[in-house]
Design a protein around this ligand. Sequence first.
Ligand SMILES: CC(C)(COP(=O)(O)OP(=O)(O)OC[C@H]1O[C@@H](n2cnc3c(N)ncnc32)[C@H](O)[C@@H]1OP(=O)(O)O)[C@@H](O)C(=O)NCCC(=O)NCCS
Length: 248
Amino acid sequence: MGAHSLTWSSPSPPLNLGPDEVHLWRASLALPSAVVVELYHSLSDEERERAQRYHSATARHRFLAGRGLLRTILGSYLRVKGHQIAFRQSDHGKPLLDDPGTGLYFNVSHSHELALFAITRRGEVGVDVERVRPFPNEVSVAERFFSPCECQRLRTLAPEHRTEAFFHVWTRKEACLKALGVGLAQGLERVEVNLGPDEPARLLRLDGEERRAAHWSLLNLVPAPGYVGALALEGKDFRLLGWHWPEG
Ligand SMILES: CC(C)(COP(=O)(O)OP(=O)(O)OC[C@H]1O[C@@H](n2cnc3c(N)ncnc32)[C@H](O)[C@@H]1OP(=O)(O)O)[C@@H](O)C(=O)NCCC(=O)NCCS
């Protein structure tokens, strides 16, 4: 699969994040209602209002679970309660910790019932996860979102391998864009990635330059059966640890 082999462990608090570490958390969003009610108390008014706007009860439940878990996990590193955490947004909507003094960077992705949270002190990070699902028109969708080279490589694959390869490219590109924190609409052409599900993920070009891309790390993830994902950050030497929520 070319996926980074990552073991998912249950950590015991207190959580410590070394300067060279990246912690990747995976969690199910299909939490019992009682747990989500508990998490709800840690949310801001704005987050509660956003939750109200979901028409589907399942989508609302997953949003509340995801935001509540994000606050709980960040709070474990910062030694504060989830409700004490304040977020702000970058110009393109990337959630950031309001207090830059924490030195903590994070990014979140969710698909269906699974969420991934990447936390590090190294700098901006991006993570993306997608449930691999039947996608009959992947080539025409790729023509809209992928570079000509990425599309060409997708077309050369046997049809039975295309769906998985499509989601690998999608998550690799999104993870890079989310690390850059740019809006996806403006940023899609900035990153070009490799395609093969069996190859280690690689950022091939950033803004058309191989030299700039060479400084980046991009990792394939298979966080659960039926899901693929990717993690992106600038720099090479770091230690990646996988944690499974609930902790302890
Ligand atoms: C949010 C976005 C960055 C990604 O959306 P997505 O893949 O559907 O959703 P994910 O679950 O992976 O990520 C959502 C999370 O990313 C974070 N996020 C939002 N904007 C972000 C940005 N500009 N940069 C980084 N992270 C961002 C938020 O934490 C968000 O969580 P929330 O919805 O609970 O607030 C969105 O900007 C988007 O435009 N998606 C369009 C998809 C697309 O064009 N894909 C082409 C890939 S080839």
